[in-house]
Design a binder for this molecule. Structure first.
Ligand SMILES: [Zn+2]
Length: 494
């Protein structure tokens, strides 16, 4: 068949195939603008094709040409069907994604509504479907299909963009929440602080309101039932120190802390002793130590031993439990990569001077002495952490002011933070009563050559606490409390 006669024939065949579809387009689907515009064009095409078909009929095509043409038309039909199926699938996916995005946005918006009114990516940020969005695309013309498809692609892009924006916003928020300390305020140098000072009863004091200002804390008085000033509190979102105008014990970040002197009220103004400020309070308020010290080598001192049983309750001896806990601690510390030096590993009694000499010889970074408490009264229970008495201060259970400096006094500030972290870690791990961080003239910690603490991990004279201390489970809790304390102290060093 010559080319000139084949063309009209093909046009007629196309018309035969597509005419029923066009008829359905205009009858089954509500008329959109596009459908209305295509109607006269389709009619004109039908007339032209019919005319061409009558002319083509004068010369009949061969059987092969007809077969080939039929096959081609079948392929076109199949391609069109595949196109429609793909579009249906696309639409189904799109609806699913829209629903998922809307559900996700709603859930997140609900969850954050109270905390954050400006939640990003709420359902409103996803574009609504176009008004002429067809319920079914089965009977649309190819042009309309193409138009709908383009709309669908644009909407899908908009949705993807909104979802991506939401994800990015969520990730940013999550990251900000996970790293709260990266931008902690920089600690001021104590020497650069402007603090009003006075002397009272031969003791130097600093103005507590000035202290608060220098650490960015809020100051407030505390009052008793008679509405008289009982003490003071300085605080911000993460730090809080409570002082008593009567007693030496205060509370710092939830842990009982014995200061060296009570808060002083003079001319209706609040003061704390300068030695308390420098060796007790400052190390607990600041984020990082200004003193560069390590914590790689740790000396673990099991209290008493050999001829010295320590405290006793019936057959229970302090020396046995201090060694058991010390050995458990040694195992865990070595697992974590610390170098551990034990003052004793068996039932022997190195004298206090021997132990101090070991510290001087091996120069550990930290010294931790483990003891159990005892009282003639069976009631007391709980944990205490001791550190050396700073020069100019007094023992927690005494009033004599210390005048002679010991080797450990070089490390008063770090020992204070170490004691605080140990007490905090031990209380959290054991649930024991908080008897506070204290100061006492204890030979081994006063003569240490590094930050040093002595832990009284519980009362053997209290039957319930004795039972716990004798158990491996509780001893492990004590060890994990010490490890938590070391972790806290480590963050102070970095
Ligand atoms: Zn002891």
């Amino acid at each position: 068949m010559p080319k000139s006669t084949l063309q009209p024939f093909l046009a007629a065949c196309v018309l035969l195939v597509s005419a029923p579809l066009m008829a359905q387009t205009v009858t089954d689907v509500p008329l959109s603008d596009a459908a209305v515009r295509t109607k006269p064009a389709a009619q004109a095409a039908a007339q032209t094709a019919a005319k061409a078909a009558s002319e083509a009929a004068k010369r009949l095509p061969t059987a092969e040409e007809i077969a080939a043409e039929r096959a081609r038309l079948e392929r076109m039909r199949a391609a069109l069907a595949a196109e429609r199926a793909a579009l249906e699938q696309y639409k189904a996916d799109l609806v699913k994604r829209q629903q998922e995005a809307a559900a996700k946005a709603k859930a997140e918006a609900d969850a954050k509504a109270a905390a954050d009114a400006k939640a990003v990516g709420s359902a409103a940020s996803i574009p609504p479907p176009a008004k002429d969005d067809p319920v079914s695309v089965k009977n649309l013309s190819p042009e309309e299909l193409q138009r709908q498809r383009q709309l669908a692609i644009e909407r899908a892009k908009a949705i993807e963009k909104a979802v991506a924006a939401q994800k990015a916003a969520d990730a940013k928020k999550k990251a900000a929440a996970a790293t709260p300390q990266t931008t902690s305020p920089k600690d001021k140098d104590v020497a650069a602080m402007k603090l009003r000072r006075i002397t009272h009863d031969k003791v130097r004091y600093v103005h507590l309101r000035d202290v608060a200002v220098n650490y960015g804390l809020t100051f407030a008085y505390t009052k008793n039932k008679a509405n008289k000033i009982s003490g003071a509190v300085i605080y911000d979102k993460t730090r809080k120190a409570v002082f008593s105008a009567t007693y030496r014990d205060g509370i710092v970040n939830g842990v009982q802390v014995y200061f060296l002197y009570p808060m002083l009220l003079k001319n209706n103004e609040p003061y704390i002793s300068e030695v308390d400020f420098l060796t007790c309070l400052d190390p607990l308020l600041r984020y990082k130590t200004p003193v560069k010290l390590g914590m790689k080598t740790i000396m673990v001192d099991a209290g008493h031993g050999g001829s010295d049983p320590g405290a006793m309750n019936g057959q229970h001896k302090e020396k046995v439990y201090t060694l058991q806990i010390a050995k458990r601690l040694q195992t865990q510390l070595e697992k974590l990569g610390f170098r551990v030096i034990m003052t004793r590993t068996g039932d022997t009694y190195p004298t206090l001077q021997d132990r101090a000499a070991l510290c001087k010889k091996y120069k550990p970074d930290l010294y931790i002495s483990i003891h159990c408490n005892s009282s003639t009264n069976k009631t007391p229970a709980g944990i205490e952490t001791y550190r050396a008495v700073p020069v100019g201060g007094t023992e927690t259970k005494g009033s004599k002011v210390k005048t002679e400096k010991q080797s450990a006094n070089e490390f008063d500030a770090n020992s204070s933070r170490l004691a605080f972290e140990m007490q905090k870690g031990l209380l959290a791990a054991t649930g024991a009563a908080d008897r506070g961080t204290r100061h006492q003239a204890i030979y081994v910690i006063g003569n240490a050559t590094c930050p040093a603490v002595l832990l009284e991990v519980g009362y053997l004279s209290n039957e319930a606490e004795l039972k716990k201390i004798a158990s491996p489970e509780y001893q492990n809790k004590i060890v994990s409390g010490i490890l938590a304390g070391l972790a806290g102290y480590g963050s102070f060093l970095r």
